[in-house]
Design a protein around this ligand. Sequence first.
Ligand code: DGL
Length: 274
Amino acid sequence: MERPDRNLKQAIGIFDSGIGGLTVQREIKSLLPYEDTIYLGDTARVPYGTKSQETVNRYSMEDAGFLMKRGVKLLVVACNTASAYALGNLRDRLTVPVVGVIEPGARKAVQVTTRKRVGVIGTEGTIKSMAYVNTIKSMDPEVSVHTQACPLFVPLAEEGWTDNEVAFLSAVTYLHNLKREAVDTVVLGCTHYPLLKGTLRKVMGEDVNLIDSAEETALEVGRVLMERGLKRTERHGPAEHLFYVTDSPDRFTMVGRRFLGDELGEVAQVSLEG
Ligand code: DGL
């Protein structure tokens, strides 16, 4: 159960539907090594990718509420589906800066595309929301955006099947249309997809840019902290990282290692009710 004594003042709050957001936490940790983080994975209610906008919105508000109570100075919506459906709402209601994963990935894609043909892959919800298409078009209306939901990539990444025949054949099947459209850039619009980068590279070829939303989001977090004068430096001492989940921590801790590329330390179970 949650240990109420454990809290960090002025940490970066990060939430995701479950384990996947650890890819974002990992990039933040590596780019901003003096920042404390508090991570919440809503493992009791994952996946968000197949749920309606209304439900994802409600869950996201509850996730954010939990982190706000812990006094975070900035909130990162690490989940692409939650960013796609709930970012506006969160920004309207919260008093701290809110960074989602869609804008940073979209911006990078617009910067690097050579023929203005961009592919976006994500969960069903992210693709259906049109969030990437609208954001990319608002940045450069001349870019043509081609999208593809790849729901099987989430369980494959969690199973650790990221570089085998099943992953390869799934990628060949899902990416067929994007290849036919001759996209020169593909945005990995889901927390889990960075783990499949090797396979996606094999299928799309060496010349296609693969945009890792997690990396771009960490850069954005760094920029926002700097702009607002909230960035911590060496003199604050070593960073601490707390992890909370809404279901039993066992699976999160085990599978999370692969997503984080490191040991997680202590993970506490919490209830978001009330
Ligand atoms: N975290 C989700 C995302 O990035 C993937 C897992 C889920 O469907 O909840 O969209």
